[in-house]
Design a protein around this ligand. Structure first.
Ligand code: GLU
Length: 438
């Protein structure tokens, strides 16, 4: 069983999406269920609407799930498990105030030592606990021996008990901490492999320790994915626009291209261009590189152009905004072919829409107004010839224009822009639309 466990606390980062995609692929390869779990226990950071956004994004990528949970629904299980740990003396109530803990952290800092919980409340007697009316948290006692686990990407990882520490599993308001809720849910939901970002590596021994303390002995596999660096080689922060999946989609980069790119990032794939489904055949989580991956927007855009070329006429016309125009099949094909031709200049759906707006929208002829009018007039009477050569010659003859004062205005009339692809090539694609001109 695999799961994707996003927090509804911000825009989905490409690192999160990569984890979702990898988990999904592995679930498909193994023919097991895939869980979507919204980790909403950090209530102060939850953002309304993000849960829906996460679901919509996953659907756009063709990622479906068999089980869906919102973590807070499991609160009663988290409390039950915490109680069990306390009654087995594996966890204890801690009454230390945040001021007391802060002072100890400060002292550790001054002494240049790593702060560790000092065990103040670990050995309180039952009556000391029961008689104390102060608010308390529950801490899990630190492990007694080195924790080890095998990571499918990073290899063997070891953590000393000190690094795990006696950490908090339930807050004073009786809600679970992230590590506790996550470990308990993964256990209850029968998750067998966790694929997530490497920022969670230090949480893993804690989560393993929680399950071991609950006597859960089923083996969990892990794959911690290396961070994604930006083009400058620095960790891609949430503030960088193109780290947001929503931003990439809004820019008109297709989900197919983003998935293709993320599967390829820091990985060896048998070819460059593929769909998510096709990757089920060859994807191997163990082959993902240990080294941080560097995000390359140019490469993503190049893949996007290729995926645009692979789109069906129907899908491309819909993406371009022609959904409500009731185009017939021929016209759909003509629009799609024109768009595909324009991928030599436009890398995204947004850029293609801008090109189409120039070609089919109202044009500003500026300094070439007079020449453009002449060309437009000549166009009206022209029986459109097969080849560009004939087209050009007839128009030149009819307008008496030549050189720059013919070609620039002709480009403007045809495309709404003075620059662009070779007119000789473009003519074949635009000809079909010229006959609709007034
Ligand atoms: N909720 C965590 C996050 O969004 C993921 C935790 C996990 O995958 O274990 O970073």
């Amino acid at each position: 069983m695999y799961r994707f466990a996003p927090s509804p606390t911000g825009d989905m980062h490409i690192g999160n999406l990569r984890a979702a995609i990898f988990n999904y692929i592995c679930a498909k390869q193994k023919g097991v269920d895939f869980i979507l779990r919204i980790e909403d226990t950090d209530t102060a950071r939850n953002i309304a609407g993000k849960e829906e956004e996460i679901k919509e994004i996953l659907k756009l990528f063709g990622i479906s799930w068999q089980h869906f949970y919102v973590q807070s629904q499991n609160l009663k299980f988290h409390r039950q498990m915490a109680l069990k740990l306390v009654s087995k003396k594996k966890a204890f109530a801690c009454f230390c105030t945040s001021e007391e803990l802060e002072a100890k952290k400060e002292a550790a800092k001054l002494a240049k030592k790593a702060y560790r919980y000092d065990g103040t409340c670990e050995n309180l007697t039952d009556s000391e606990v029961l008689m104390n009316e102060k608010p308390f948290v529950i801490r899990l006692k630190k492990p007694s021996k080195t924790m080890e686990f095998e990571d499918l990407i990073k290899g063997k990882l070891k953590f000393e008990p000190e690094a795990v520490d006696s950490f908090v599993i339930m807050r004073a308001d009786k809600t679970p901490t992230y590590n506790f809720a996550c470990a308990v849910d993964d256990m209850l939901e029968g998750v067998t492999c966790i694929i997530r970002g490497e920022d969670h590596v230090s949480n893993t021994p804690k989560q393993e320790h929680i399950r071991a303390s609950l006597n859960y002995d089923k083996k969990m596999s892990y794959a911690h994915l290396p961070i994604i660096l930006n083009e400058e080689g620095v960790k891609m922060s949430k503030r960088e626009a193109h780290s947001s999946v929503k931003w990439l989609l809004d820019e008109g980069i297709l989900p197919e291209s983003i998935a293709n790119y993320l599967i390829m990032l820091g990985n060896k794939t048998p070819r460059e261009l593929f769909t998510l489904e096709e990757s089920f055949e060859f994807f191997d989580i163990k082959k993902v590189s240990k080294a941080p991956a560097r995000f390359d927007l140019k490469k993503l855009l190049q893949l996007n152009r290729e995926h645009i070329k692979l789109m069906s006429d129907e899908a491309l016309c819909e993406a371009l905004g022609f959904k409500d125009f009731k185009l017939n099949e021929t016209l759909k094909k003509d629009f799609a072919n024109l768009a595909k031709f324009y991928t030599q200049e436009a890398s995204t759906i947004k850029e293609l829409r801008a090109k189409f707006a120039l070609i089919f929208g109202k044009k500003d002829f500026g300094e070439f107004s007079a020449e453009c009018e002449l060309i437009l007039k000549a166009l009206k009477d022209l029986n459109l010839p097969e080849t560009y050569e004939e087209f050009k010659t007839s128009l030149m003859k009819a307008t008496n224009l030549k050189g720059k004062s013919f070609f620039m205005p002709l480009r403007l009339v045809l495309t709404g822009s003075v620059h662009g692809p070779e007119l000789a090539e473009l003519y074949g694609f635009l000809k079909k639309f010229l006959k609709f001109r007034e």
